[in-house]
Design a protein. Structure first.
Length: 347
């Protein structure tokens, strides 16, 4: 395994870091409310950072999403890449790739996904979908939604198509989420057997990378605060309890990062990675909660201020925990997968 970024991946991550740092400021985030930042989204797509995902792979995307997470930038970047560019590039037909990828890369189309499959959506023999997805991230921005049906077949639906309804839903984090309602909606199939499992593993890994950035940003704010805030004539950071709490948060953040890197590297190399993606998602869910709670607690009374920047990291960390599936659910799925693999080896 080699987690060192390529020259192209490092350059893309550095450019993303500069754009997010310049435009995803506290004042701009506050002004955006629960919506997305159109100017920031245009800057990312104009810089080629969306289209670049085809070239830099999932590990490159994880590096870019870390930068988004550090600033909690409100753009549909993770969703468009995880549920649009990557699955279409990997499983789309030549015609679908030629038609969809340029629009997604240029930001003219925005994708999201109604994942994971919950059996609420069914497909007719003619490829028309019926059912609901209660909360889809960045749905209010999306032009296309990747939808798995009850049989885990992937379908791409246009949000402006007849039979497609969307309604705003407010989630813990301001992700422009919505409720998707399908009533005999026309859809086009993406891929065949295995496309759902591949897309779910890649998306879990991508969102784990996003959580690594959220946690790193929260911890950086906590370190800055405790290093400059004094109590009894010395910085809070010199308190042993504070140091231990920060150290634990750092180790949790690194565990999220390294498991996401490993899963992404394996997927890019075409190696089996389902259990690795589940491991990354579990760390992102369980450890992510601990880190954003620690970040808020280390700010003391200021952490209770809903307008303080660290509170956004807290909200994002909790939302990512819920979106990834919560730790206990992921752990149960991981255990079942390991048991099934062991049974197959001894059969």
């Amino acid at each position: 395994m080699d987690f060192h970024p390529t020259e192209e991946q490092a350059a893309a991550a550095g450019l993303a870091a500069r754009i997010f740092a310049d435009l995803a400021t506290h004042d701009r985030l506050a002004a955006a409310g629960t919506g997305s930042d159109a100017e920031l989204w245009k800057a990312l797509t104009t810089a080629g950072l969306t289209a670049a995902v085809e070239e830099i792979g999932l590990l490159g995307l994880v590096l870019l999403l870390e930068e988004q997470g550090r600033t909690t930038a409100q753009v549909p970047y993770a969703a468009t890449c995880a549920y649009g560019i990557l699955p279409v590039a990997a499983h789309g037909s030549p015609e679908q790739r030629a038609r969809l990828l340029p629009a997604l890369g240029a930001g003219e189309a925005v994708a999201t996904g109604a994942f994971p499959a919950r059996g609420r959506i069914t497909a007719s023999s003619g490829g028309r979908l019926t059912g609901t997805a209660p909360a889809v991230p960045w749905l209010r921005d999306a032009t296309h939604v990747l939808v798995p049906d009850a049989d885990r077949v992937l379908w791409l639906v246009r949000t402006d198509a007849p039979g497609v309804g969307t309604a705003a839903v407010e989630t813990t984090a301001p992700w422009s989420a919505g409720r998707l309602t399908l009533s005999g909606a026309e859809a086009e199939r993406i891929g065949s057997g295995g496309a759902y499992e591949d897309t779910l593993a890649a998306a879990r890994t991508a969102f784990a990378g996003l959580q690594a950035g959220v946690c790193a940003g929260s911890l950086a704010r906590a370190v800055e605060h405790t290093s400059t805030r004094e109590q009894f004539g010395r910085p809070l950071s010199t308190n042993q309890g504070v140091m231990l709490r920060a150290a634990d948060a750092h180790m949790d953040t690194e565990a999220i990062r390294v498991t996401a890197y490993e899963a992404a590297w394996r997927i890019d190399q075409g190696l089996p990675a389902r259990e690795h993606a589940l491991t990354a998602a579990w760390w992102a869910s369980e450890a992510g909660k601990r880190v954003v709670h620690a970040g808020q607690h280390l700010h003391g009374g200021m952490g209770a201020d809903l307008d303080h920047p660290v509170h956004r990291h807290f909200l994002w960390g909790r939302q990512l925990d819920a979106y990834l599936g919560c730790g206990s659910e992921l752990l149960a799925e991981l255990g079942a997968s390991i048991a099934s693999t062991a049974e197959g080896e001894h059969a």
